[in-house]
Design a protein. Sequence first.
Length: 262
Amino acid sequence: MKKQIKTLAILAMAALSLTACGTAKKSEAPKTEQTRAKLSLEDGIYQATFTTDSRMFHVNEVCKDKAVLTVNKGEGTLHLVMPSKNIVNLFCGVASDAKKKGADLIKPTEEEVTYEDGLKETVYAFDVPLPVMDQEFDLALIGTKGKWYDHKVKVSDATTDGTYLANLTLEGGSGRASITSPAKVVVKDKTYVTRIQWSSPYYDYMIVDGKTYKPVNKTGNSVFEIPFSDITKPVKVVADTVAMSKPHEIEYTITFQSFTVH
């Protein structure tokens, strides 16, 4: 009888142990993404100096150590244009966390750059959430060989005025018209003067924010220089075309995508 009681006690303890194991919480993947900083900058587009702890990690030479910082609702996103396609992912944090399951890796986009000699090349670019301004932070990278590396980087000296190239998208109309992208954007005194070049010579005016603008050219496809006040969200415009039997105003939406230093 004592043996039976002892056996039952052992079985009960084992069952309790199994129950405890079954109800234990599974370990969650660590949250590896750094929090975006609330920047003391007004919403808009900035040029900022991007420095790193290594000569092997830098932005493309056409950017001249600059990156474009977009601030929206107080949060910053840094657009980094790389020298090549050799860096395949970035991670806001250290390499050991980047290797963990569920790590929020930053994927590249392709971007074409034009060098001073006219040579064009398609390289990778990354949009990095900015965790802090004017201080070093961790930004790990992995290359084509599959090895992660730790780096310290810093973003500083943000200024608004300057010349940029912006990728634009156009929506509206019949879908047959297009605008040239990337487009030149000159920023001065919080105004974004953008060169809008149409795929047709038949646009004779544009209306933006209630103001009418005429083309700046007399031959070739219609070109406008439009001063936008806010390019952090899609912009509604009207363009009049004389390609039809009668002039016709068409509503379009222009969206500013990624920016690079020009």
